[in-house]
Design a protein around this ligand. Structure first.
Ligand code: 2P0
Length: 337
């Protein structure tokens, strides 16, 4: 009744921003991301037979409050599934989780964490691997986590059902499809953001007059970017990623109160990107709900891009490439699709 799983974070090229159902974490629009290796979160879950309070430890600290409750809620969903499948409901759980990348990078560590938790908890309960069920489960911990069950390029299909069963991540191309793609996170700020993504997107849905246009456009951009990824066209992918990031942030700027995640250094890097392109370097930016830009480039131009990031105030650069599936550690890496 014990299992360990490892999952990578992901960066969206077409972003998720806004829920139609807060409890089930169902989005207004589809989104598409690339899973980020080599960064990973590793999570162990052990179920005991006895009932009692779950023990939750994250990065060496006992989790409290909302952080703990989100984990406990997911463990409860696993118990319910195990019971429904006649495996008997497992008792209290001991869960430990640790990430190997700086939380301040602004990469959603919660995506990797809930993906690893979904895989480890189901396995510890004796359930067979099933990526669709794992993705649906991970989504209920943190929306973007549904895109970290599988590696490579993953589309989160928004779905239309009220129960969320058709809202999960689906791999379109695996990590081996585009191994020379590079994603460099430039850490221009380590400050904790004032408005968490969850609250920021809620405020945007409620108050931004641009929200309906955002959601409609993002769905179209998901469709547009797929053939560009298929033919590994960095310029076409980069252009969609940049304009989608601008549109997500524009929608957030227009909220009441306005929401701005950018810092002066963020704009400085974005402008440097445009300059680099004029010099023949293939580089485009994307930006999550935080100030640290993520630059899309190729293995060939990686060194030139890193140099410019440092020159524009990045205190650290986190270098990533397309990563693989979430995996159970210490057991055959068979993934049910
Ligand atoms: C994304 N972000 O598509 C977007 C872009 C941030 C900006 O998904 O409330 O941590 O747990 O579903 O998944 C961050 O939001 O939010 C996010 P919840 P989550 O990657």
């Amino acid at each position: 009744m014990k299992a360990t799983a490892k999952a990578h974070p992901n960066i969206a090229l077409v972003k998720y921003w806004g829920k139609r159902n807060e409890r089930l974490i169902l989005p207004h629009q589809s989104s598409l991301s690339v899973t980020l290796g080599p960064l990973a979160v590793t999570t162990t879950v052990e179920f005991e037979a006895a009932r009692g309070d779950d023990e939750v430890s994250i990065n060496g600290k006992v989790a409290q409050g909302g952080e703990r409750e989100r984990v406990v809620a997911l463990l409860q969903l696993v118990r319910r599934e195990a019971k429904a499948r006649g495996l008997g409901a497992p008792g209290r759980a001991r869960m430990t989780s640790a990430g190997d990348f700086p939380a301040a990078a602004g990469l959603a560590s919660s995506a990797a964490a809930f993906a690893a938790l979904a895989v480890a908890a189901r396995a510890a309960a004796g359930l067979k691997r099933d990526v669709k069920t794992e993705s649906t489960l991970a989504r209920q911990g943190s929306g973007s986590a549904c895109r970290s069950i599988e590696g490579g390029f993953v589309r989160w299909n928004k779905g239309t059902r009220a129960d969320g069963r058709d809202s999960y991540g689906e791999q379109l191309f695996d990590a081996a499809h585009w191994p020379e793609l590079r994603l460099l996170v430039g850490m221009v700020s380590r400050e904790e953001k004032e408005v968490k993504s969850r609250d920021g997107m809620r405020g945007t849905v409620k108050t931004s007059p641009y929200y309906p246009a955002w959601a409609k456009d993002a769905d179209l951009e998901v469709k547009r970017i797929v053939p560009f990824i298929k033919r590994r066209d960095l310029e076409a992918v980069g252009e969609v990623a940049e304009r989608n990031a601008w549109r997500m942030h524009a929608t957030a700027f227009a909220a009441n109160p306005p929401l701005c995640y950018l810092k002066p250094e963020t704009l400085s890097v974005i402008q440097a990107c445009a300059q680099l392109r004029k010099q023949g370097v293939g580089v485009w930016f994307t930006l999550d709900a935080g100030p640290n830009p993520v630059l899309l480039t190729s293995q060939r131009d990686e060194a030139a891009v890193a140099k410019v990031l440092t020159a524009h105030g990045a205190s650290e650069i986190v270098r990533c490439h397309p990563g693989g599936d979430a995996q159970l550690i210490g057991s055959p890496a068979s993934v049910g699709r």
